[in-house]
Design a binder for this molecule. Structure first.
Ligand SMILES: [Zn+2]
Length: 259
């Protein structure tokens, strides 16, 4: 469904307003990692967007679901995606990776649906998971986002990628995600705002300047980011940092072998 070793932005919406108005889609990201399919953070409408997509995304071919944290714009469609991955539970397969508090008292995935996957992995600080041969996923640190939240690094033989999900700025992000070739940043805010636990465009710049990936993507875009023209902001970041920076759009495909 996707080229081998590629990244597909099924949705780029960030935070409540953009999600509930669907100014951008909220389907999350889909990775093809050496043939292993990983779906990250399926928000509202993710399943419908996947099925309607051209080319259509076949959930039955997805091998694992990753939930970064238990907020609805990241987990809303998790149950139905698992049902679609497993043919309504008739074909038990695949895995679910999620923080403990997304599986606890107010779970993002019901115990009924959880039984449909082969394994449920609990994310944690400094943990590593083998997704497939030569494909490993790492959760280096806990983010600062009000609920238990983890970004991730993925290591393939010739490429390392990272996705810095929702968080307030922390200096420790720079070390935790150092050395990657591709960096995805959930850049929800145009300007940092008191008590809003998200990264801003200024934070994205600091991350890009320090980590210096070969390419960076901005996604999970909030309303003010959209109003300010994310493509223009990404172009400015490219000029300032010397690192190619792209504002993700719904339906954008990136071939990892390009870098
Ligand atoms: Zn969140």
């Amino acid at each position: 469904m996707l080229p081998r070793n590629s990244l597909y932005f099924l949705g780029t919406a960030g935070a409540r307003h953009v999600v509930y108005s669907q100014l951008r889609r909220s389907g999350g990201l889909l990775w093809n990692l050496n043939g292993f399919y990983l779906w990250v953070d399926p928000g509202p409408g993710a399943l419908v967007r996947a099925l309607e997509n051209t080319p259509s995304i076949a959930p039955a071919g997805v091998d694992a679901l990753y939930l970064s944290h238990n907020h609805l714009d990241h987990t809303c469609d998790a149950n139905v995606v698992i049902e679609a991955m497993t043919n309504g539970g008739d074909n038990k397969r695949g895995s679910l990776l999620a923080p403990a508090d997304a599986l606890g008292n107010e779970p993002a995935v019901s115990s009924y649906t959880r039984a449909f996957v082969n394994s449920v992995e609990t994310l944690g600080v400094g943990k590593s998971f083998s997704l497939a041969s030569n494909v490993s996923l790492h959760t280096p640190l806990a983010h600062h986002h009000g609920v238990e939240t983890y970004g991730y690094r993925i290591h393939l033989p010739n490429i390392k990628v990272a996705h810095i999900v929702d968080t307030l700025w922390m200096d420790s992000l720079c070390d935790a995600y150092a050395g990657v070739d591709v960096l995805i940043i959930n850049t929800t805010l145009l300007d940092a705002r008191l008590n809003v636990l998200h990264l801003s465009i200024k934070d994205a710049e600091r991350l890009i300047v320090t980590i210096r990936p070969r390419i960076a993507f901005l996604t999970h875009l909030g309303k003010k980011m959209l109003e300010a023209d994310p493509m223009k902001l990404a172009k400015q970041l490219t000029e300032k940092t010397g690192v190619t920076t792209i504002a993700a759009q719904d339906g954008m495909l990136f071939d990892l072998s390009q870098i």
